[in-house]
Design a protein around this ligand. Structure first.
Ligand SMILES: *[C@@H]1O[C@H](CO)[C@@H](O)[C@H](O)[C@H]1NC(C)=O
Ligand SMILES: *[C@@H]1O[C@H](CO)[C@@H](O)[C@H](O)[C@H]1NC(C)=O
Ligand SMILES: *[C@@H]1O[C@H](CO)[C@@H](O)[C@H](O)[C@H]1NC(C)=O
Length: 457
């Protein structure tokens, strides 16, 4: 049995909680700049949307890109294919300095279609990521199953040093996209480099990557392109923490534009130590079925679960971008945020609850918004504030408790406010009633909800 002393902190925390219904925005405290939110249609996952009847194609694209009816995504992550069937350089030129024979089919497994639609519908950034170099440039002479790029620190090949050839190949890919009228903003040259997957995969750590990055940087510059370099799309955050320290130690940070990590083997819980903006570039529930459930048991595929991850990324990890794995997918079980079922004119297009979790951030926190400070929040509730370049302030409030919480939002004088709510009682974001009193906004956050306020001062 506990002694009465344990009651003292309990009483204090109860009285604090009731005062925490007040949330104050502190615009003087500035954190990271936001680049946005996104997804991929790599490995031909997007072919189904490209081939769908116009009505269904538009429905899927609207769910992903429209900032009123959909998620308003602003980043598309493409794959630079290394497999012989899809790469732009299927055959070795014989030696590292040999003249390459490139090819381009103008489709790139539907990613040209997706890139054009993405730009037309407001996407800010296109990120092309190579999971691996072509096999003949690697120590294992294979595009899959790991192996290193020949010539990086500690890795030599009898066929020579292929670092410049790999840089030339990546720049040629960027030029192929330019020829389609698509500017690729960022290029990556690794994907999960700690994992020797049985598909495009190439191993690296930060030190080895640092021995390639300046070569890629100067090759991009010489080609007259301004594409930024992203590294390293580690499988888990803890590995990317290590790789980033190695990149910095080796002097490569100055050649990079962003640091990137996935969240599969470890999720972020604190920022990565770098002056660069950091992106979470791939995470998904790959195990469970597609779900339209906002909240039931807290399962991995529920909407509120994803709202929690996005919040954790933005606030606990200082992220500038949070990307899911696949956007729209045909007849999928798990990975897509939007699922197309059936065929032809009877195809149905369904958004997942996770799509709406993304929408509640991505619609209202636009590229170049700055995260600012907040203090206070009701019990079981978290708040994060973002000042957009158009002067609006978006405040996202996540109520992870079962009971409704009333909140007063102030700290800046608020002239107008609109709030949107996502919870189990609605099937997509819906307006939540608010009132303004003496310059502060008042609203009630339902249990297990995500509420986004968009305000002018
Ligand atoms: C972060 O990096 C800076 C410079 O690279 C270094 O001086 C500092 O010690 C690092 N901090 C931590 C907590 O690792
Ligand atoms: C947050 O990210 C920015 C870059 O967007 C960086 O300059 C800043 O140092 C980071 N803050 C922390 C605490 O890591
Ligand atoms: C209105 O807000 C101001 C500034 O926050 C505060 O000083 C004042 O007491 C408030 N008035 C009422 C009636 O709540």
């Amino acid at each position: 049995m506990r002694t009465s002393t344990s009651l003292i902190p309990l009483v204090i925390s109860l009285s604090l909680d009731s005062a925490l219904g007040q949330v104050k925005i502190n615009t003087a405290t500035k954190y990271q700049i936001i680049d946005g939110f996104g997804f991929s249609e790599a490995f031909g996952f997007g072919v189904g949307v490209q081939d769908a009847p116009t009505t269904q194609q538009n429905e899927a694209l609207t769910y992903l890109f429209d900032k009123t009816k959909g998620a308003g995504f602003t980043i598309l992550r493409n794959r630079v294919a290394a497999d012989p069937g899809n790469t732009i350089e299927p055959n070795s030129p014989g030696s590292a300095s040999g003249a390459p024979t490139y090819r381009w089919n103008g489709d790139d497994q539907s990613q040209v279609f997706w890139s054009k639609k993405a730009r037309q519908m407001g996407v800010e950034y296109i990120y092309a990521d190579a999971w691996s170099a072509p096999g003949f440039m690697k120590t294992n002479n294979n595009y899959e199953n790991g192996g290193y790029l020949c010539g990086v620190t500690g890795e030599t090949c009898s066929s020579g040093d292929w670092r410049q050839a790999y840089a030339n190949y990546l720049v040629k890919y960027l030029q192929d996209y330019e020829s389609e009228g698509i500017t690729v903003d960022f290029i990556g040259f690794l994907n999960e480099p700690e994992f020797a997957a049985s598909y495009d995969a190439m191993l690296s750590d930060g030190t080895k990557a640092a021995s390639f990055i300046p070569i890629l940087h100067s090759t991009i510059q010489k080609a007259g392109l301004s594409t930024g370099i992203i590294c390293c799309d580690a499988e888990g955050w803890n590995d990317q923490v290590t790789y980033t320290a190695q990149l910095i130690e080796a002097g490569a940070e100055e050649y990079l534009s962003r640091i990137s990590s996935h969240w599969y083997t470890s999720k972020g819980t604190s920022p990565i130590n770098t002056t660069l903006r950091v992106w979470e570039t791939e995470y998904a529930d790959l195990d469970d079925g597609f779900s339209t459930t906002w909240h039931a048991s807290g399962a991995f595929n529920e909407g509120l679960t994803w709202a929690g991850y996005i919040y954790q990324g933005l606030v606990d990890c200082n992220l500038s971008a949070f990307l899911y794995w696949i956007g729209a997918q045909s007849n999928s079980n798990a990975a897509g945020l939007v699922t197309l079922q059936g065929s032809g004119s009877s195809t149905t297009v369904t958004p997942s609850a996770a799509l709406w979790a993304f929408a509640m951030f991505s619609r209202y926190i636009r590229p170049n918004a700055v995260r600012v400070g907040t203090s206070g929040a009701p019990s079981n509730t978290k708040a994060a504030a973002f000042v957009n370049t158009d002067g609006t302030t978006a405040v996202v409030m996540l109520n992870q408790g079962s009971t409704a919480q009333s909140v007063t939002l102030g700290g800046v004088t608020i002239a107008s406010a609109v709030a949107y709510v996502m919870d189990s009682s609605v099937s997509s974001p819906t307006t939540l009633s608010t009132s303004i009193s003496n310059g502060s906004v008042e609203a009630t956050l339902p249990g297990y909800s995500l509420v986004t306020f968009v305000m002018t001062s």
